[in-house]
Design a binder for this molecule. Structure first.
Ligand code: ZN
Length: 371
């Protein structure tokens, strides 16, 4: 998608003053703030877009480059990362925007300063799934030990940074006095510290609790894939946000079915008489057993394709097939009577191989399998 014009994003004209730009951005940031639009991807995109536009237009040098060259000014390592800003960058920018107007806790989620919201750490678990569960999708209830704020823990504004999460330092350089901001080393940027906590809580006021988390696993997942359950990782102290629960998918080997992408393979063994006379056989599928017909005179190596009996595609389009590989099983030993019977057939012309053009070669079959 083409990048939108930064002025257009903020709804200001090219001659707008820095004050007008700031005001316009403040309006957008409030309107599309994630706290106000939970789980709204469109709002999140707009929020990020506005932040990126403000990042450029609020900086005289970047603005001048943008006015002259447009978006090209920042492509190819030109300073600003073209992939947009992450949430931490955006929130850290807020001290500047909301510091004055919203001081004193007027803006939810930031406590009125320039602090960034501390995020709890992520938790990782592995979930083993059978092929049937993968094929049909499943909801798993998993016991998770996660850190939560201990009952009786209270937090107060950090006395070192006074809740801003940052410490400002003034240094004298040859260019003059420079002001630099660093993350507060007492509250680590949260703006809050522990007021009271029970004895069994850790230094952040957290303690382990066991919780049953319900995880919806869509059909078609693949071994090694990672799903994210937002907010089910460790809680953060104070008004921070919880980390995520990262679920790694592990696929249990199936007794008879082998997975290859969305397709499944099944090795079917038929006896020599069954191959010669034809029969029907019960085979496993991910939705239960089905009976299939084996034509009289079936050749070893034939592949029967059961359409749509494979794994649904993870992106929701279609389903793979189940490929049944026919193997004619030949006995290694014979009794006297059997030996005599086959000896008598040896010279019978009817048993001489006469491959037909419809009996595809091995390579044609392989080609077929992937079509
Ligand atoms: Zn602090």
């Amino acid at each position: 998608m083409a990048k939108r014009d930064y002025y257009e994003i903020l709804g200001v004209n090219k001659g707008a003053s820095s004050d007008e730009i700031k005001k316009a951005y403040r309006k957008m940031a409030i309107k599309y703030h994630p706290d106000k639009n939970p789980d709204n991807k469109e709002a999140e995109a707009k929020f990020k877009e506005a932040a990126e536009a403000y990042e450029i237009l609020s900086n005289a040098d970047k603005k001048a480059r943008y006015d002259q060259f447009g978006h090209q000014a920042f492509e190819g390592g030109g300073g600003f990362n073209g992939g947009g800003m992450n949430m931490d960058d955006i929130f850290s920018q807020f001290g500047d925007i909301f510091g004055g107007a919203f001081g004193g806790g007027g803006f939810s989620g930031f406590g009125g300063g320039g602090q960034r919201r501390v995020k709890g750490s992520n938790l990782r678990i592995r979930v083993k799934l059978t092929l049937e569960e993968i094929a049909n999708g499943v909801e798993k209830k998993i016991k998770v030990k996660r850190k939560v704020q201990a009952k009786g823990t209270t937090y107060k504004t950090c006395t070192t940074c006074h809740g801003s999460g940052q410490i400002t330092r003034i240094t004298n350089t040859i260019l003059g006095r420079m002001q630099t901001a660093a993350t507060c080393n007492v509250c680590h940027g949260a703006g809050q510290i522990i007021d009271k906590k029970p004895a069994d809580a850790d230094e952040q006021g957290l303690k382990f609790a066991e919780e049953t988390v319900s995880i919806k696993i869509p059909a078609g997942v693949v071994d090694g894939m990672q799903l994210k359950v937002a907010g089910k990782g460790n809680e953060a102290p104070g008004n921070g946000i919880s980390g995520d629960l990262l679920v790694a998918i592990e696929e249990d080997a199936h007794e008879t079915l082998q997975r290859e992408g969305d397709n499944l393979h099944y090795d079917l063994y038929v006896s020599l008489p069954d191959a010669i006379l034809g029969t029907s056989k019960e085979i496993d599928t991910v939705t239960g057993k089905v009976r299939i017909k084996i034509e009289q005179g079936v050749q070893s190596g034939k592949i029967l394709r059961l359409r749509g009996k494979g794994i649904p595609s993870i992106n929701g389009y279609g389903r793979g097939d189940l490929l049944v590989h026919v193997n004619v099983w030949t006995p290694k030993t014979l009794n006297k009577q059997q030996r005599e019977f086959f000896e008598s057939m040896r010279e019978d012309e009817h048993f001489t191989p006469k491959p037909e053009s419809t009996d595809k070669s091995f390579f044609e079959k392989v080609k077929d399998m992937f079509s």
